[in-house]
Design a protein around this ligand. Structure first.
Ligand SMILES: Nc1ncnc2c1ncn2[C@@H]1O[C@H](COP(=O)(O)OP(=O)(O)OP(=O)(O)O)[C@@H](O)[C@H]1O
Length: 312
């Protein structure tokens, strides 16, 4: 087998050190450093297995997933296998090819889901994404390579992220990113991993889902040195489908949230009430002022009436 060619269905991948066996069902997709297969695990359960391709080192990704897995286990989570179930080498024609095995996420990419179920489902989907991010951030991690293609909606309607290979501990430099979603690319901040890095990428996901042509045009026509977060703010304002979340999205691209919990709660409030957070409070203020104005007019009318007709 050439390192580049896909393994055919039915191939058994046996781990050199641990001896676990996985039978390949089909290819799920190709990434920059490996091919991801749907496999049957030791007890016949489905898993996703990523096998390195030639000249690509999967070890840093595996190392990272091992530490994320350990961290998750220490915190007593029973779904720590979602990142990593096994990691080993596959021996083929005298070569040792690294692979790792993770939870198989079955479902639709977010873009397909919104097309079929309606764009207003972004409220629910966004909340699911922000909940996963909140959990990661509160345990000191950053997802890193957050993009639309990494968001899957399962058949049960749950949100899952795939490709934790870009995750970093907070404060470490992001090493795997996709330009459009990268804060530094937009000159909106550094590439140092913090919660705001992921929130920025989430905002770009929303813009891309609702106005990809305009985002694409902005990227291809703007000189790199002229690029800025203000461009994204313009796109948010120009996209009617994002009106409800516009104030939230602007805060995310400007890095104005104090933490992920604030961002999560704010998104939740908007999606549940159907009112933009800033507008709902300013609307309430306007209503109160209107009411106060009307009552003072009535009071004035009463005073004038008494003065002119009763006393006079
Ligand atoms: N756990 C999983 N469950 C189901 N499908 C998966 C899973 N992980 C990856 N895939 C599929 O395999 C494809 C390749 O995944 P991979 O993470 O290697 O690369 P990528 O994120 O698409 O690209 P890159 O590595 O360049 O960022 C994904 O686009 C997805 O379709």
């Amino acid at each position: 087998m050439s390192y580049h060619s896909e393994l055919p269905a039915g191939t058994t991948v046996t781990g050199r050190t641990r001896g676990q066996q996985y039978v390949i069902q089909r290819t799920l997709g190709k990434g920059t450093n490996g091919i991801v297969y749907l496999v049957d695990g030791p007890q016949g359960q489905p898993y996703a297995l990523k096998l390195a391709t030639e000249n690509h080192d999967l070890q840093p990704e595996i190392k990272l997933l091992v530490s994320l897995h350990k961290h998750w286990k220490r915190t007593g989570r029973n779904d720590s296998n979602r990142y990593l179930y096994d990691a080993d080498d596959y021996e083929d024609e005298g070569r040792q090819i690294p692979f790792y095995v993770m939870k198989y996420v079955k479902g639709q990419p977010l873009s397909v889901y919104l097309r079929s179920r309606g764009s207003d489902k972004i409220g629910m989907a966004g909340l699911g994404i922000l909940e996963i991010l909140l959990e990661l951030h509160e345990s000191g991690w950053v997802f890193g390579d957050l993009k639309a293609e990494h968001v899957i909606i399962t058949e049960e309607g749950e949100v899952e992220l795939i490709d934790y290979g870009g995750a970093r501990q907070q404060g470490k430099s992001i090493h795997q990113f996709t330009e459009w979603y990268d804060r530094h690319y937009w000159k909106a901040g550094t590439r140092t991993g913090d919660f705001a890095y992921d929130l920025f990428a989430f905002a770009v996901i929303c813009i891309k889902l609702f106005n990809e042509p305009a985002l694409h045009k902005m990227i291809t026509t703007r000189l790199p040195q002229m690029r800025s977060e203000a461009d994204l703010v313009v796109l948010i304002d120009e996209t009617p489908g994002l009106a409800l979340y516009s104030s939230w999205l602007k805060k995310a691209v400007r890095g104005e949230f104090r933490n992920s919990r604030e961002a999560y709660n704010s998104w939740k409030a908007i999606s549940r009430s159907g009112l933009p957070s800033s507008r709902s409070s300013s609307d309430m203020m306007t209503q109160k002022l209107k009411r106060a104005f009307i009552w003072s007019l009535i009071a004035l009318a009463v005073v004038l009436y008494i003065t002119i007709y009763i006393k006079g």
